[in-house]
Design a protein around this ligand. Structure first.
Ligand code: NAD
Length: 424
């Protein structure tokens, strides 16, 4: 198939390029037509806006904002907004496609989108950030909508920014529309359970994989790279389910204890220490690189992209990798990892618990009701477990890795929806 990206990302180890190469492989295996391949690759809508903002100094600066709807064939598009100096259209476009596959693999009725503004939040005041977010919302009034495109936080944005977006959108519509955005503060209609949702989904994915490999969680060890939102909650919940978490890490380095780290103590330490594990003494110090090659049963990369690559893949000893982060394994490492017989639960499946509970937030906003935490957790766990089983069965059917199987499940769902809807 000969698809030519208008401005290709050339770096082969780029996580987005890696994602696209797996998409290509799955599309080939599935045998979709050349026409369908093009339909799936080309985004449905791409919007670029100029945003003039009065800075605190009185100077007017113009920022560039983007929103790409990759697909809305399954339902309204869903995806975060990032504030980062490196944001550009290519990146947003690839991340939007990533969201399409992620939503399809867990079977929630959303398409994929992503947005961003090229800016540096670390150099901006709260007032400047607020003006920028509001201006971006106004510029996207005909793009966003509870039935069209529902943004969420991403790198550099959080509940505060989502509250501004909801307020600006609501003012323009003359009524409160909280379902236009997810990841809002609880008081504005945010959902219980959203904070832990991704780590919780990682745990469900890991336990499901253990079940398939007939591993007893009480006799299983884990190493978790990254002790932020995803890694910390995954560590906590895995430990709660009997797994011995032997190693954790963050940007300050790794922490190892073969008898198991007390995760509650590590979480308490981290929150009293400005979000960092630096100085945590319940374990011995190791490097982040050493953590990846520990002889544990389960490895959870939950920090950043591309940490498992062709340079270190051969040294990995874990029996399974459950990808909490987006794109932690580069495409060039896939073959080495598969060759070693390591089971990989891929990012688009393993970390989809977050978007699942975002979907619940939207559902609750639309029905004007609040579910309790127990209901949210039960429903999210079921969605994750069903998705895991679907992908596992597909990997058996096609005799491929779980990663390719996840793309096959997602592409098949989107492609058959196109076929039934027709109209082109
Ligand atoms: P976070 O900022 O809360 O935590 C990131 C953690 O990784 C921090 O502990 C940080 O110190 C650590 N870290 C950063 N660089 C590191 C390095 N080189 N080595 C070891 N540790 C390092 O972020 P998060 O929300 O937990 O997200 C982590 C990953 O999961 C990202 O790839 C993100 O895109 C992905 N993800 C997050 C969610 C979510 O709901 N938060 C959902 C899906 C995917």
């Amino acid at each position: 198939m000969a698809y030519i990206e208008p401005a290709p990302i050339k770096d082969k180890e780029n996580p987005l390029e890696s994602m696209m190469s797996r998409f290509d492989a799955a599309a080939r295996l599935l045998g979709i037509t050349e026409e369908m391949y093009h339909i799936l690759k080309v985004p449905a809508r791409q919007v670029i806006v100029g945003l003039p903002i009065t800075m605190d100094s009185g100077e007017i600066k113009v920022f560039e904002g983007y929103r790409v709807i990759h697909s809305n064939i399954l339902g309204p598009a869903k995806g975060g907004i990032r504030f980062d100096p490196g944001v550009h259209l290519d990146e947003v476009r690839a991340l939007a496609a990533w969201m399409t596959w992620k939503c399809a693999v867990v079977d929630i009725p959303y398409g994929g989108a992503k947005g961003g503004i090229a800016c540096n939040p670390r150099e901006m005041s709260v007032g400047e950030m607020e003006r920028l977010m509001r201006q971006y919302t106004v510029a996207m009034l005909d793009v966003f909508g509870p039935d069209k495109d529902i943004p969420a936080p991403d790198m550099g944005t959080g509940p505060r920014e989502m509250a501004w977006l909801m307020d600006e959108y609501s003012k323009a519509k003359g009524m409160t529309v909280n379902s236009v955005v997810t990841g809002k503060p609880l008081v504005l209609g945010g959902s219980l359970g959203r904070t832990e949702a991704t780590g919780r989904g990682v745990t469900v994915a890991a336990l499901s994989a253990m079940d398939k490999l007939r591993m007893n969680p009480y006799r299983t060890s884990a190493a978790i790279q990254g002790f932020g939102n995803v890694g910390m909650h995954a560590a906590d919940l895995l430990q709660e389910r009997g797994v011995t978490v032997q190693a954790i890490s963050d940007i300050s380095g790794g922490y190892y204890n073969d008898r198991g780290i007390d995760i509650t103590a590590a979480m308490t330490y981290r929150s009293a220490n400005n979000g960092s594990l630096e100085g945590f003494n319940g374990a011995e110090r190791i490097s982040n690189e050493e953590l990846l090659s520990l002889p544990v049963d389960v490895l959870v990369p939950a920090a950043k992209e591309d940490v498992i690559n062709q340079d270190n893949a051969a040294s990995i000893q874990a029996r399974m990798i459950v990808e909490g982060a987006n794109g932690p394994t580069s495409a060039s490492a896939d073959e080495i990892i598969n060759g070693k017989g390591i089971l990989v639960v891929p990012d688009i499946l393993a970390n989809a618990g977050g978007v699942t509970v975002s979907y619940f937030e939207w559902v609750q906003n639309r029905i004007g009701y609040k579910w309790n935490l127990d209901r949210i957790n039960r429903r999210a766990d079921r969605i994750m477990k069903d998705a895991f089983d679907r992908v596992f069965e597909t990997s058996k059917k096609y005799q491929v890795s779980m990663r390719l199987a996840a793309y096959i499940v997602a592409i098949d769902k989107v492609a058959s929806t196109y076929k039934y809807r027709g109209g082109y």
